[in-house]
Design a protein around this ligand. Structure first.
Ligand code: HEC
Ligand code: HEC
Length: 379
């Protein structure tokens, strides 16, 4: 099941990519020729050659892509971006109407002030229900290939309906949430205007996913440095970058414009060891897997305790860290990697003791802070 779906997505992404490449070329030529950059004035001439003239090919319907991110901006064929859909999705994202007790919006857990995280170790849903995982950032998810720490959904359209239905998060049924939107005169009108019909869960998903795609973070010191502004990174941050690439082996997994390979690795976070007790038996010391991670999706033994590599953009603002929020600070994360993660039978071969000096750890931390950029959303 999974493979054909992915191929279809890949094919549509590739088609989109070609259109974007043409779009970039055309808009560059347009701006070189002195024409206005106002999207409304980019008319037929700016239409990409060979584009079908449907939603995804329309030049005005993209967020501005900040420095450092890929200009190849994937949008699925079935849910073209438009500013109205994004605006509707944005209203929904900040509206507690989607939760059972009418008190928790998506933004209640994904707070824009904290790069769309909540500052807690574990998420807290309706009526104080504490979940089992930490709230991930939502920046640059347009480029994501799978969603959730275990990657259990492969599109944002599929993803966004799950927190609404999760009893530990918003705890609504799709029927109930759609019913509420239908009873609301303002939403009924906006859905009608945008989608030509009364609210449905498909249109709700499309609107939320469209908004999420516009949440972008770039233009960080690292991006300016990579674009030739040498002073954008201090000497210490540059030392940190070298450790990140070389001794630390961080780029084995945290790479590319979003600093993630979008794959799943076992660093050992989910293997918990009891504190050494005076009379501990060897079984007590062996550790225990407390979250199956990717294994729950694939059933492959090597995926036991593997989680999706998170982006490191804005990492300074997304503490506490890891899928269970078990590491409070960046210094804790660096210490964790320095000792080679938590030993377990499935630990990724890329995780091994690093033996960094205090000075090197500090440099690495300074580098990680240089990944804080400008977070923009909407369009
Ligand atoms: C109770 C807090 C809470 C609420 C409310 C909430 N989320 Fe989340 N969100 C989480 C947690 C926790 C995860 C990670 C869960 C996991 O991986 O199992 C997550 C994951 C995600 C992801 C995946 C990100 C990635 O990189 O994999 C997206 C996208 C997302 N949420 C969007 C939304 C939207 C849209 C809403 C509103 C409809 C919403 N969330 C409401 C806590 C919340
Ligand atoms: C083998 C792949 C791999 C390597 C190598 C690796 N990471 Fe990670 N990184 C991950 C995965 C997977 C997670 C999430 C683990 C979890 O939550 O269980 C993660 C999580 C993190 C987080 C927490 C981010 C958050 O939002 O919670 C930081 C920070 C981080 N890594 C930095 C680094 C640094 C610095 C290095 C190099 C010293 C490094 N990583 C090396 C795969 C890797």
């Amino acid at each position: 099941m999974e493979r054909p779906a992915r191929n279809a997505v890949a094919a549509s992404l590739a088609a989109t990519g070609i259109r974007i490449a043409v779009w970039v070329l055309v808009t560059t030529l347009v701006s070189l020729s002195g024409a206005s950059a106002d999207p409304n004035t980019q008319t037929v001439e700016a239409q990409p050659v060979g584009a079908r003239g449907t939603g995804t090919g329309r030049v005005s319907d993209r967020p501005e892509i900040p420095l450092g991110l890929d200009l190849y901006f994937p949008v699925p064929e079935g849910n073209p971006l438009s500013s109205e859909t994004v605006a509707l999705g944005r209203t929904l994202f900040f509206d507690p109407i989607l939760s059972r007790d009418l008190r928790l919006a998506c933004a209640g857990c994904h707070d824009p002030e904290r790069a769309f995280t909540d500052g807690r170790a574990l998420s807290v849903g309706v009526i104080g229900r504490v979940g089992t995982r930490s709230v991930p950032t939502l920046v640059n998810r347009a480029y994501g290939r799978s969603f959730f720490w275990d990657g259990r959904t492969s599109s944002l359209e599929d993803q966004v309906l799950l927190p609404i239905q999760d009893p530990m998060e918003m705890d609504m049924s799709l029927d109930d949430v759609v019913e509420r939107l239908r009873r609301d005169p303002v939403y009924s009108e906006r859905f009608l205007q945008r989608f030509g019909r009364i609210p449905t869960h498909v249109d709700l998903a499309n609107a939320l996913a469209s908004y999420l795609r516009t949440i972008l973070s770039g233009d960080a010191p690292i991006d300016r440095y990579m674009n030739g502004v040498r002073d954008a990174l201090s000497t210490q941050a540059r030392d940190g970058l070298r450790i990140f690439r070389e001794r630390g082996n961080c780029t084995a997994c945290h790479l590319g414009p979003t600093f993630t390979d979008e794959r799943f690795h076992n660093t050992g976070v989910a293997w918990k060891y009891p504190p050494p007790a005076p009379h501990a038996t060897s079984a007590d010391e062996a550790g225990r897997l407390v979250d199956l991670g990717r294994f729950a999706v694939t059933g492959d033994d090597e995926d036991r305790g593997a989680f999706k590599t998170p982006t490191l953009r804005d990492v300074e603002r997304t503490a506490p860290y890891m899928h269970d929020g078990s590491l409070a600070t960046l210094a804790d994360v660096i210490d964790f990697y320095d000792r080679g993660g938590n030993a377990n039978p499935y630990r990724d071969p890329g995780i091994r003791p690093l033996d960094l000096s205090a000075e090197e750890k500090q440099a690495l931390q300074t580098f990680l802070r240089s990944l804080s950029g400008n977070v923009s959303e909407g369009m």
